[in-house]
Design a protein. Structure first.
Length: 243
C-alpha cells in the first residue's frame, strides 16, 4: 500500500502511483497469467448459466440414451457424462469464493457484487482512462486500473484525498511539500473508500455524469448507492477481481 495512505483519514485518490513507466517490481498477482485471470472471472460470472447448460446436457443424455439393461446398469455414455458433470461442479466450487466479493469489468465499466455464484448487485463504475501524463522532470504516469485478483486492505469512512504530485502537474502547478495543506481535499471521495493495494481505491465521486466511462486516474469510482452496497457487503480481506 502506498505510503500516502493514512489509515485514519487521508487517502490518495486515483492510485497515487498510477502506473509509472519506469521498471518496478511486479505485484504478487502478476505471476498469474492474464489468460488464467480472464478465464476464472468469466467462469465466476457465467457459473449459473453453465450450471444450467450442464443440466441440459444430462437431460439430453437421458433422452437419447438407450434403455437400461435388465440389471439397471447405465450406459457407458451416461456414466461418462455424470463423471464430467461432477468434475465441472468441483471446479466451479473451487473457483467460487465464499462470502461477498466484487468483480470490476474495466472494458464495460460495470461492477458485480456476488456471494458464491449468486449475483447480489450490479452497477456502473468508472475506471482508468489510460491517459499518459509527462512531467517536466521526465517522470511519466499512465492512468490505468490494475488487473488481477486483490483483497480489501482497509475500509475507510469520510476519506480525505491526499493529492499526489501528478494532481498538481495536471493543473500546471508545482507540487508542494508532502505535508502542505494544499495536499489535502475533503469531500471529493464520497462517504467511503475501500483500499485494495498500492494506493488504489474503490471510492465515490463528485462527477456522477461520467460514471460508465473510463475517466479515472486508476481508482474505481462508484455512485453513492453502489458505493454504500459495496462498502457494507465487502469486509477487510474480501476479494476484488479486476479484468
Amino acid at each position: 500500500m502506498s505510503s500516502d495512505l493514512d489509515m485514519r483519514s487521508s487517502v490518495p485518490d486515483e492510485a497515487t502511483p498510477a502506473v509509472r513507466l519506469a521498471p518496478a517490481s511486479k505485484p504478487h498477482w502478476f505471476a498469474t497469467s492474464a489468460a488464467g485471470i480472464a478465464v476464472g472471472l468469466l467462469l465466476l460470472l457465467a457459473a449459473p448459466a453453465l450450471e444450467s447448460n450442464i443440466e441440459k446436457v444430462v437431460e439430453s443424455a437421458h433422452a437419447s440414451a438407450p434403455p437400461p439393461t435388465a440389471s439397471g446398469v447405465d450406459s457407458a455414455r451416461e456414466r461418462q457424462l455424470r463423471r464430467s458433470v461432477a468434475e465441472l461442479r468441483r471446479r466451479f466450487k473451487q473457483l467460487t469464493p465464499t462470502g461477498h466479493y466484487l468483480i470490476v469489468d474495466t472494458a464495460n465499466n460495470r461492477i458485480f457484487v456476488k456471494s458464491g455464484d449468486r449475483l447480489v448487485h450490479e452497477g456502473i463504475c468508472s475506471t482508468g482512462s489510460y491517459v499518459m501524463l509527462r512531467a517536466g522532470d521526465k517522470r511519466t504516469w499512465v492512468f490505468q486500473t490494475p488487473r488481477g485478483m486483490f483483497r480489501v486492505h482497509a475500509k475507510l469512512e469520510a476519506p480525505v484525498w491526499r493529492k499526489p504530485d501528478w494532481a498538481f502537474i495536471e493543473e500546471g502547478r508545482e507540487p508542494p511539500p508532502p505535508t502542505h495543506p494544499d495536499r489535502f481535499e475533503f469531500g471529493v471521495l464520497g462517504e467511503y473508500a475501500l483500499a485494495f493495494g498500492d494506493g488504489y481505491l474503490v471510492h465515490g465521486t463528485l462527477y456522477k455524469r461520467l460514471l460508465g466511462m473510463p475517466v479515472t486516474h486508476g481508482c474505481v469510482r462508484l455512485g453513492d448507492e453502489d458505493l454504500r452496497i459495496v462498502y457494507h457487503k465487502l469486509q477487510e480481506g474480501s476479494r476484488i477481481y479486476v479484468y
